[in-house]
Design a protein around this ligand. Structure first.
Ligand SMILES: Cc1cc2nc3c(=O)[nH]c(=O)nc-3n(C[C@H](O)[C@H](O)[C@H](O)COP(=O)(O)OP(=O)(O)OC[C@H]3O[C@@H](n4cnc5c(N)ncnc54)[C@H](O)[C@@H]3O)c2cc1C
Ligand code: SF4
Length: 339
């Protein structure tokens, strides 16, 4: 049985109190929300914080506000996000992404903030301590070398959050709060292309809120590739959001890829669609553009080359669904398939 290391536990009641504790404890402290990522990681000794600062009782982190846009508290569980009617009505890509995270039990505990700050993953890293010791560890934790690319100077672990690509496609921003004040950054800028130092969030900052613009006339969708349809981390996520004129000409579009790099990739496929209709030809070009932007490595499930090839097909599914094609049969097949 894997046991947790010892740690001090704080349960602050306000964001200000949580920020003060984080600032005082320094780099030895970590935030914990639902704990569905952090606690298994601590059991495997990926992280061994001396202090955990819990967000579960912090007031205000579950607030939602729907007016000139949508504001979602970072402490909302994924189930609570799914039960927020406006998310399904207006921000479908987020709803679809959250619905495909893990299992119902994990979505009942796991939060939106925790999902956005999820640790990057790699088949040489997400192993217990003895397994990792047997390969002399790796650069991300306790070792020197990257086993995925031995010449690489940086860790290539994979961004595996489902909701981040969807929220980026929807134009989300996040609020970060510390004792030094608060700042708002676009969600795309929260991520860095570095498997170890994957967030631009400082260690003393708390992600308190996600805000989305009012998206009149937009359609969005999220498609996920994983081995088991019941639950699994993504090996590819495709989020697309499109605003089109009444005649179908695309006015704005964003296509974001998840799980094929150390951060979500905002592709140039959106620009390529502007001023055109979502014809088969335009969709195929967008798919090719995304395929060349994807940088999957041989450190997650399923064959590397097949995963790269399948990017354009998944982008095609997403854009065809937004065009209005009936994609239910393909969705069902993917959801059921054990690849
Ligand atoms: C079996 C299994 C399957 C899973 N499948 C998926 C999946 O398919 N897709 C997926 O995306 N995830 C998956 N997960 C991961 C996890 O369950 C979810 O990502 C969940 O949303 C994490 O949220 P949490 O609140 O539990 O995060 P925690 O575990 O509490 O925290 C995760 C990280 O975020 C930091 N953090 C948490 N909240 C904040 C905040 N407000 N501000 C700043 N930092 C914060 C923590 O310090 C920690 O580093 C899976 C996990 C398991 C165990
Ligand atoms: S990508 Fe390399 S350094 Fe990063 S976790 Fe995997 S093996 Fe370790």
């Amino acid at each position: 049985m894997m046991r947790l290391p010892w740690f001090k536990y704080h349960a602050p009641r306000s964001v200000a109190e949580a920020a003060r504790i984080l600032a005082a404890e320094g780099s030895q402290a970590m935030l914990i929300a639902g704990g569905t990522d952090l606690l298994p990681n601590m059991k495997r000794r990926h992280q061994s914080p001396a202090t955990l600062v819990s967000l579960r009782q912090v007031e205000g982190l579950k607030r939602t506000a729907n007016g000139s846009g949508l504001r979602l508290g970072a402490g909302l569980t994924l189930t609570e996000v799914l039960n927020t009617a406006v998310v399904r009505g207006k921000y479908l890509a987020l709803w679809q992404a959250a619905a495909q995270v893990a299992t119902p039990h994990l979505r009942n505990m796991g939060t939106l903030g925790g999902n956005l700050c999820l640790d990057t993953r790699c088949s040489y890293y997400n192993q217990n301590e003895d397994w990792r010791r047997a390969i002399d560890f790796c650069m991300k934790k306790d070792g020197e070398i990257c086993w995925v690319a031995t010449g690489s100077k940086r860790c290539l672990a994979v961004s595996s959050t489902d909701t981040a690509p969807a929220l980026i496609a929807l134009g989300a921003k996040v609020e970060l709060v510390s004792t030094a004040g608060e700042r708002e950054v676009s969600l795309a800028d929260l991520y860095k292309n570095d498997g170890m130092d994957y967030l631009s969030r400082r260690a003393d900052e708390i992600l308190t809120e996600v805000s989305l613009p009012k998206l009149e006339g937009w359609k969005s969708t999220y498609w996920k590739l994983r081995r088991r349809g019941s639950f699994d981390f993504p090996v590819l996520g495709v989020a697309a959001a499109v605003r089109a004129a009444p005649d179908g000409t695309v006015e704005e579009a964003r296509v974001v890829l998840g799980a094929v790099s150390s951060r979500p990739i905002v592709t140039k496929a959106g620009d390529l669609l502007v001023g055109r209709k979502l014809t088969d030809e335009a969709i195929a070009e967008a798919g090719e553009k995304c395929s060349s932007a994807a940088k999957p490595m041989d450190n997650t499930d399923l064959d590397l080359y097949w995963r790269r090839d399948v990017v354009s097909a998944f982008v095609g599914y997403a854009l065809r669904e937004i065009r209005g094609d009936d994609m239910r049969a393909i969705r069902m097949r993917i959801a059921r398939q054990v690849l």
